[in-house]
Design a binder for this molecule. Sequence first.
Ligand SMILES: [Zn+2]
Length: 300
Amino acid sequence: MRQISLIVFALSLYWPLSVAAKITIITTTEDVASIVHEIGGNQVNVSSLIQGNRDPHYAQAKPSMIRQLSRADLLFVIGADMEVGWLPAALRNARNPRIQAGQEAYIDLSRSVDLIGVVTTSVSRADGDVHAKGNPHYWLNPLNGLKMAQVITDTLSQHSPQHSTFFASQLLQFNTKLQTAYAQWQTQLSFLQGKKIMTYHTSLDYLAQAFGFSIVAQLEPKPGIAPTAAHLRGLIKTIKQENIHYLLMEQFYEQGSAKLLQRQTDIRVIRIPQSVGANTEINTYTELFESIVSRFQEAH
Ligand SMILES: [Zn+2]
């Protein structure tokens, strides 16, 4: 009897410890979740608040989201106001003091990258949904993925120092794989160098930075504002005058405006995934770029 109770006692000690050993991590987007997964491996339980096939500017603070947040040890966000429309409410309702903005377990990844387009003058609602803190779509440059992975590794090592060697070796693998792939993608997309491209939203500036093309116009007259007939008429002129080759847009945007431009001009429309999880075959950060590269090659 004594032996059995000893065994039970030993198991009760072991089980909660082994479960607690995994770090519960919540990220706002699947891109971040996929990098956390690659660095943290079996030491982490990671899930994303929004799915990669959705427009990350908008989300609803659903009960499932609040439940996820209430259990988190660490929260990684894109930051630069990307989640400003929905995350603060979800965090308030989750009542998890560890991960509130400003706490150590609330990690804003935008601080680790150089943001494009930080607005220094004042902006009003009339300017549209401007990202005044800088363009938050930075994960679309693989070099920023390396920076995000570094912050994630540092955070995990700080949280679980006993696994820091493991996290460091995972980071090395991630970096090697991504750097090798990036060099290859640059070669595959070398035909884009100096090409003039139009996008739907101001979200693809980092992709342009990574692959050397220039974005000369947007379908949205102002960020977050749907294209108007007058704006589209102006764009038809611009496309012809400037000889714009491609319209590059995320899959979740309406296609009516793009089709209109396609009928009136020679522009080629390329619809791309903007996040891990945008399509079922995109499960990793590397697979996201592989998919984007192949969309460009198909349109070339
Ligand atoms: Zn945006």
